[in-house]
Design a protein around this ligand. Structure first.
Ligand code: PLP
Length: 372
């Protein structure tokens, strides 16, 4: 059997991620690999850190990239901050809140669940009630933009509630970073993680994280070693914070980091606020077009993620065969529902480089065709 080089088909990515990767990012990734301890590479890592501080709106010294996907960023937060027996209030309004619960349990922590209807934002009053009932809780964990349902929660308010009850916050910003306002220092988020493949339009597999001093104090003063050697910030920080004195920890994914560097430069060139506005503008255009096609949104307007549009699959339309046709005939990928939403909703992403009027028009015309 002769296996030939893999040539991916041309696609337009309008699902829940990855989004279309910017051509400049792909070009950057094709540049020659250099050593990860090369002073030139170390200089680039320092620039990534500065660019990420800008994107997250933080001065946190501990701002770096985990060499792994968003799930590794999630795990980095939980394994570093939690010790066995710690109580964590976890908000679940979709799949990823459930993953947070799983992380708490695997760290030997005790998750206290605040359940919310899927498709709705987390309710700060319910969180407040849970924190009152659990005065010994140490952390509040929640997802900013719940990709599985399209609901956006009010981070600023949730962090205020947590801090009023003496809890630190762990925030999932995988789908929000670069697409909607996120202000790590202004909102006083303690630990946050994101992903490279959504609104940053880089390839998947990298997870930017940021911890403030309060959170790092906990990491430094742990009673027990972090259970994961690879994700232990006490060790990996010497790689990301060491400057010229950098200590080898693991071999960074060199070319992937070239790509992230380029993606963050592109974001800086556009301007954060302009990027948020673009995501919102294209959402409004898509929203109006979907409305004209008779497709109903699953999330109330004021709680929607602008770049992840969850709509109910119209009665009488088959989910799988319709999306298959969109992919095969039109090269257009949209997302299926996850968990209990499977077969009921579609998730149409307008993230990063994919968020443009051309894609909106294309998606609407394809939907019109396949829905007859
Ligand atoms: N958190 C959220 C909100 C996500 O949407 C995702 C992925 O879609 C993840 C975490 C996990 O990221 P990854 O698939 O890069 O591991």
């Amino acid at each position: 059997m002769t296996i030939r080089p893999f040539l991916p088909p041309t696609r337009t990515l309008m699902g829940p991620g990855p989004s279309d990767v910017h051509p400049r990012v792909l070009q950057a990734m094709a540049r020659p690999t250099i050593g990860h301890m090369d002073p030139e590479f170390i200089g680039m890592m320092d620039e990534i850190k500065k660019l990420l501080q800008h994107a997250f709106r933080t001065k946190n010294k501990m701002t770096m990239v985990v060499s792994g996907p968003g799930s590794a960023g999630m795990e980095t937060c939980f394994v570093n901050l939690l010790e066995p027996g710690d109580k964590v209030v976890v908000c679940r309004n979709g799949v990823f809140g459930g993953r947070m619960k799983e992380n708490v349990e695997r760290c030997g922590g005790i998750p206290i669940m605040v359940e919310e209807e899927w498709g709705r934002a987390v309710d700060p009053d319910k969180v407040e009630g849970s924190l009152k009932n659990n005065p010994d809780a140490r952390f509040l964990a929640f997802v900013h933009a719940e990709t599985s349902t399209g609901a956006l929660s009010d981070v600023r308010r949730l962090v205020q509630v947590a801090h009023a009850h003496g809890c630190l916050t762990i925030v999932d910003a995988v789908t929000s970073l670069g697409g909607v306002p996120l202000d790590v220092d202004g909102w006083r988020i303690d630990a946050v993680y994101s992903g490279s493949q959504k609104c940053l339009s880089c390839t998947p597999g990298l997870s930017p994280v940021s911890f403030n001093e309060r959170a790092m104090e906990i990491v430094r003063k742990r009673r027990k070693k972090v259970q994961s050697w690879f994700l232990d910030l006490n060790l990996v920080s010497q790689y990301w914070e060491g400057g010229a004195q950098r200590v080898y920890h693991h071999t960074a994914p060199i070319n992937a980091l070239y790509g992230l560097h380029e993606a963050l430069v592109i974001l800086q060139e556009e301007g954060l606020e302009n990027a948020w506005e673009r995501h919102s503008r294209n959402h409004r255009m898509l929203r109006d077009g979907l409305g004209a096609l008779g497709l109903a949104f699953c999330v109330p307007e004021e709680e929607r993620i602008p770049h992840l549009n969850a709509v109910a699959i119209p009665a009488g339309t088959e989910d799988g065969p319709t999306r298959k046709r969109m992919l095969e005939e039109f090269g257009l990928e949209i997302g299926a529902g996850l968990g209990p939403m499977a077969g009921k909703i579609w998730r149409i992403g307008l993230m990063g480089h994919s968020s443009n009027p051309k894609n909106v028009t294309y998606c609407l015309s394809v939907l019109k065709t396949v829905l007859g």
